[in-house]
Design a protein around this ligand. Structure first.
Ligand code: CA2
Length: 183
């Protein structure tokens, strides 16, 4: 436990201020008023190969890069009074960890493009089921209009809703949907 120069146990003096983030979250969850509050933060999670956006297959995924999508979402989020945090990983476990983080932080929503893990990942299905934060599934393309192996999603049945087929616009529509979740 952290102590200052005088040897005080800082956690006991200022439980919600002087402790690390995990302690603050645990404190908030134990505190009746704070336990029901959600933060105005939307995590925008992107799965494998989406870091390559804009470089290949523009006829399917469009010309936008993940950076240009992030910039447009930042502007939209500012106008909506929402904070966003866009992340990408090629590793399934990172996405699972970030979903858990969204749950612990009581985010407003998660916007999730799980890429090809959409069609394979029981782990992501279980992680979404394990959190109360609404997850909005997005896809740039319309997987239902593509190869048969893209027709099943392990995400859809546990997502609040799915938006697909509008290119970068799918993310913009998802952020609008997230904003409407605020009470
Ligand atoms: O349409 C989508 O957003 C997808 O989630 C994209 C995934 C695909 O496996 C899903 O079926 C639908 C693939 C992302 C790969 O992105 C690339 C971008 C440029 C070049 C190569 C891959």
């Amino acid at each position: 436990m952290a102590r200052d120069a005088a040897g005080w146990k800082r956690r006991n003096r200022h439980p919600a201020i002087a402790t690390p983030l995990a302690d603050k979250l645990a404190f908030a969850a134990r505190t009746p008023i704070l336990a029901f509050m959600s933060v105005n933060l939307v995590l925008v999670l992107n799965g494998p190969n989406l870091n390559l956006l804009g470089s290949r297959e523009p006829e399917i995924y469009g010309h936008d890069t993940l950076d240009s999508i992030a910039a447009a979402l930042e502007d939209q989020a500012l106008a909506l009074g929402i904070e966003i945090d866009l992340r990408q990983s090629n590793h399934e476990g990172h996405l699972v960890d970030w979903l858990h983080e969204a749950g612990a932080r009581r985010c407003l929503a998660v916007i999730l493009n799980a890429g090809a893990f959409t069609h394979t990942s029981v782990a992501l299905h279980d992680a979404i089921k394990a959190i109360t934060v609404p997850v909005i599934e997005v896809h740039l393309s319309n997987p239902h209009a593509r190869e048969a192996f893209r027709h099943h999603s392990f995400i859809s049945s546990v997502a609040r809703g799915t938006i697909c087929g509008f290119g970068a616009g799918s993310y913009a529509l998802a952020l609008d949907a997230a904003a409407r979740l605020r009470q």
